[in-house]
Design a protein around this ligand. Structure first.
Ligand code: EPZ
Length: 426
């Protein structure tokens, strides 16, 4: 097991290139199961979650070759012609709950599957009831036993239908889209997630021949087709990774430019960073942030896209810890997403948490280096940012959480002048 050791504080400056988006890549890689062709997926980020996805694809019978690029990411050639079954055991699902995204493509391709129910995780119970409701609306029969879900499409093919989600769910929307594109007839999805990752998945499926309209809005219309062709697609860059480094620059001070950023997906974050005092310039797909001397307190609420992303909430808490005054953040998406706060308190941060709200008593320079523990992916990122801003040495243990979603974070930060290194955690 590794840990990160950080000396702070120090400013960061220079240029970064964004990696491919983890949350876009996960459903898109599973979507290749929907056809029996040979696929090419480029700019796949090198992350633990991608290794889990690879294991799932191989388990289903796909053949995958990975070719690593000179800088970041990899190119996957995937042959799904020999996908023979859709049974995903618990020991694969538990490693990455997003493996549940394979259910939609398995149903669309094979008409049946047996997948273990994913457990919860540190940030919440993470139920999948909306996924299962959607599949049943398309005619699937579902039996649960021993923690597994046995799901079948009568006659081997789902039937299009109208599905209205009672609440917005990114994963359930993506799973339903993947099941509906080869269903018989039309599917209308109401109260769909409008996240960029849903848009990117739809674009990838349309390049395979799927008929989808309205993706990126809350109403999506799908006309089922009999067969899908090959995928040849490059994973768009990761809005949460880019957002994390922009927040880091404003917190640490400095001047950083990030190339190939999904700027159209960063609107509200850029607005909030400007409110905190940063200068942010967008030129094409490049975003440059010049930090302000002082950080102004900025309150916010996390919401479904285009609102402020819940995946950037922990990083924003770290930034507001050094702001000049109080700010209030409300987390409306997950029920337990303040796991970074007890660790930030160990570093000297001052907060008051009440239910889904956290008040941050910001004070410039308040953070002091300390040994802390990562608990989940985005909390880990928050602790890295705090360690870089803190006076003295910090060590962050259990950074396997971080490796799930950030490609070589310490290398990217070191290239900007941060004093951070990965060490064996004895
Ligand atoms: C996706 O998770 C992302 N993961 C999450 O990113 C992200 O935080 C989340 O969307 C919200 O944007 C991937 O794309 C792999 P949801 P997902 O279904 O699809 C509840 C990260 O850090 N819900 O939109 O699981 C759920 O409990 C990760 O990269 C149900 O009640 O999120 C939550 O409260 C973390 N029943 C809310 O809906 C269901 O069947 C939104 O969850 C499904 C979800």
């Amino acid at each position: 097991m590794d840990k990160l050791v950080i000396q702070g504080p120090n400013k960061i400056q220079g240029n970064l290139t964004a990696s491919g988006s983890k949350n876009a890549a996960l459903p898109i890689l599973f979507a290749t199961i929907l056809s029996d062709e040979k696929h090419l997926v480029k700019n796949v980020p090198c992350l633990h979650d991608m290794e889990s996805t690879l294991k799932m694809l191989l388990h289903f019978g796909a053949h995958v070759n990975q070719h690593f690029e000179a800088t970041w990411g990899s190119r996957w050639t995937i042959d799904t012609s020999r996908v023979t079954h859709g049974n995903a055991p618990y020991d694969l699902i538990r490693k990455m709950r997003a493996s549940f995204f394979s259910l939609g493509p398995i149903l669309g391709r094979l008409g049946k599957g047996r997948v273990s129910l994913p457990g919860g995780c540190a940030i919440g119970a993470r139920p999948v009831d909306l996924h299962l409701m959607a599949f049943e609306k398309l005619g699937a029969t579902i039996e649960q036993s021993g923690g597994d879900v046995d799901i079948k499409a009568p006659g081997g093919r789902l039937i299009g239908n109208k599905v209205r989600f009672p609440k917005i769910s990114v994963g359930a929307t993506e799973n339903l889209i993947m099941a509906a594109v080869t269903a018989k007839g039309e599917t209308l999805i109401e109260n769909a997630a409008a996240e960029p990752e849903v848009r990117y998945l739809s674009e990838a499926l349309m390049s395979m021949g799927a008929k989808i309209e309205g993706h990126g809005t809350h109403t999506i219309h799908i006309q089922g087709v009999d067969k899908l062709g090959a995928l040849n697609y490059s994973i768009p860059s990761d809005r949460i990774e880019v957002g994390t480094y922009l927040i880091a620059t404003q917190l640490l001070g400095g001047d950083v430019t990030i190339a190939d950023a999904p700027v159209e997906d960063l609107e509200i974050l850029i607005l909030k960073l400007r409110e905190s005092g940063a200068t942010v310039d967008v030129v094409g797909k490049s975003v440059r942030l010049i930090a302000s001397e002082k950080i102004k307190p900025v309150s916010l609420v996390t919401e479904a896209f285009p609102g402020f992303a819940t995946d950037l909430q922990a990083q924003w808490v770290a930034l507001m810890t050094h702001a000049e005054g109080e700010s209030l953040i409300e987390e409306t998406i997950f029920e337990n997403r303040f796991m970074h706060v007890p660790e930030l308190i160990r570093m000297g941060g001052k907060y008051s948490v009440e239910g889904s709200k956290i008040k941050i008593f910001g004070k410039p320079g308040v953070l002091r280096g300390a040994p802390v523990m990562a608990t989940d992916l985005r909390a880990s990122a928050s602790l890295v940012l705090a360690g870089l801003a803190a006076q003295g040495e910090s060590s962050i243990r259990r950074i396997y959480h971080l490796d799930r979603g950030y490609e070589s974070m310490e290398l990217k930060l070191r290239s900007l002048g941060a004093r951070i290194e990965r060490r064996q955690d004895d």
